[in-house]
Structures are given as C-alpha cells and as structure tokens.
Design a protein around this ligand. Structure first.
Ligand code: FMN
Length: 216
C-alpha cells in the first residue's frame, strides 16, 4: 500500500508554520490545502514564532537530563500526537527557514529521550510540506524536498512531497492558480514510505532481478 487515501477518521494533522512573518504566502497555501481535509480530521496549527525554541543544544552524548522548556514540551507533545505533520516553511536560501530547521534539530534530541521511543513512534506516520518561493523555477526547491524526503526516510515515515507556490509579497501566492489547484488535492497525494537514494537503487535492482528470475 503506497498511500492513505481516502484519509481515515483516525488521522490528525499538525501544521508547523515556519515563516518569519505572519499571514505569509506559505500559510495561505497551507490553509488552502487544509480546507480540503475532511471536517472530522483534527487540525492543530503551531506558529514557531509564537512558540520560539532556542538554538538546539546537542547534549545527546552527555550524561544527565536536559531542561525541557515549555515551548519544546508543547512542540514535542504536538508532534507525537499527530499522525500527519505538515512542515509549512518558505523557501529560504533554497532550503527550510531557520525556525523550521531548528524545530527539526530538536527531533534529534527527542530521538535520544529515554522512554519516548520517538523513532519507533514516528515510523509509519506521514510528513508533508508546503512552501512558498519567489523564484519561478520550482527545480530550485529540490534541496528542500531532498532534506525532507531524507528526514522522513530516516524515521521510516511516509512523505507526500512538497506543495510549492509562487509569491514574494504576502498574498501574492493567491495569484498562483496552479498552486491553488494543486492545494485542493495535495492531501490526496500518494504517500509512499520515504526512501533514501541508495534504498531506491537497491529496490530497483531487486525488482530487476525478480523480473529476470521470472522470465528465466
Ligand atoms: C531569508 C530569505 C531567503 C529567501 N530565499 C529564497 C530562495 O532561496 N529562493 C526563492 O525562490 N525565494 C526566496 N525567498 C523569498 C521567499 O521564499 C518568498 O518571499 C516567500 O513568499 C516567503 O514566504 P512567506 O510569505 O510564507 O514568508 C527568500 C526570502 C527570505 C526572507
């Protein structure tokens, strides 16, 4: 099975907003996509600017407990409660915004929290992404897509790809008709288990070997 569509009632979506401004294009596009979600599916929206995390301190290989701030606790619980996590980050320097990247850095800390079982519990959940960008050439967002695909692959999550929209000034994405049309069905997209490039190659080689075996 490569996707979850139609979305079952037990799904719950966490939208993590990572722009540096309120009411920006990324949020507009994310809300357009969210409007198409069935009404019974819970949506939680967190703006990382209203729940600021300090820079991640890497204490993974040190003894003792690290203090957990209220913002971190809220984000950790929200992340672990959701079946679907939607990263809504503008394209900044061809990748994620700093706020969004910092949130993902905390995932590395959560991987090591005793008893949390973060990696096991994230496996099988779905990562989605929405991004506004000023450039007309969507290929320049490949870096962001690769980052998120590999993040999902590491955690054995599914990945729905990146919903891209074009705009620079706030609100401009409303003029990107193609993006708004794509938004309507984005959450119906196939969500295969994310694979690292080497896993895809291995899979292709295995399938090719099976085909040869079948005809031999
Ligand atoms: C720090 C910064 C870096 C940016 N880097 C890129 C970029 O690499 N490529 C691009 O197409 N647009 C880039 N932009 C433009 C934004 O992606 C664009 O304005 C987008 O609409 C912002 O989304 P928002 O309204 O949700 O904040 C950048 C903007 C800022 C502020």
């Amino acid at each position: 099975m490569t996707n979850h569509s139609p979305l079952s009632a037990d799904r719950s979506f966490l939208f993590v907003l990572g722009s540096s401004r309120a009411d920006g294009n990324t949020e507009i596009l994310a809300r357009a996509a969210a409007e198409a979600l069935p009404g019974g599916i819970p949506q939680r929206w967190i703006d990382l600017n209203t729940l600021p995390l300090p820079d991640f301190q890497d204490g993974r290989h040190e003894e003792g407990d690290w203090p957990v701030s209220e913002a971190e606790r809220t984000l950790r619980e929200a992340t672990m409660e959701a079946t679907d996590i939607v990263i809504a980050s503008p394209l900044y320097w061809y990748t994620l915004s700093a706020q969004t990247k910092r949130y993902l850095d905390y995932w590395s800390g959560w991987l090591g929290v005793p008893g949390l079982d973060f990696k096991q519990r994230m496996a099988g959940r779905t990562l989605w992404a929405v991004a506004a960008m000023a450039d007309d050439d969507e290929a320049v967002a490949d870096g962001m897509a690769t980052t998120l695909n590999n993040t999902a692959a590491y955690l054995r999550m599914r990945f729905g790809g990146v919903l891209l929209g074009n705009g620079s000034r706030p609100g401009q994405v409303r003029g990107d008709e193609r993006a708004l049309i794509r938004a309507k069905t984005y959450f119906e997209s196939a969500t295969p288990r994310a694979r690292f490039p080497h896993e895809k190659q291995t899979g292709l080689a295995e399938r090719a070997a099976e085909t040869v075996g079948a005809t031999a």
